[in-house]
Design a protein. Sequence first.
Length: 157
Amino acid sequence: MSTPTPTNALARRWKMDLDMSAAKDGSDWSSVLGITEFQQSAEPNIEDSSDYDSGGWAGNTKTGQAWEVSLTINRRINDQVKVYHPTHEALRLASFAFGSASEVHVRYYDRDGLPEAYEGTALVTWAPSGGEYTALDQVEVTLTGTGPLVPITNPVA
């Protein structure tokens, strides 16, 4: 049996879904279309836990963690009925809301079925990019986690 040749993963492998259900219980996932850039981070908070007993070596303890996803989307519209794509509109409206209405339930995963997949609740920052007369209508969206980012089974695996 021959060994498969490794290949490179592509940045465009990421897919994001937004939970459109009123209860935000994961019962109505819809794709966020038009993603042109995607960056994720899950930065730990590390505190110095050095003490005299360490023989001069520094000690560190993870005391917290924060996550964030930044994406750029091309706005999608239905020009026949004059509406934006439902997931785009849900993100935009959440960015102006307060309390639970300002939170969105998202999941993102490798569209090819590889094991990386995550789910969490986030606050939305919505920043239209603007541009020249020939530019597409793009928006910079930042999802700032509120609570845990949980590894899940990839829904397309």
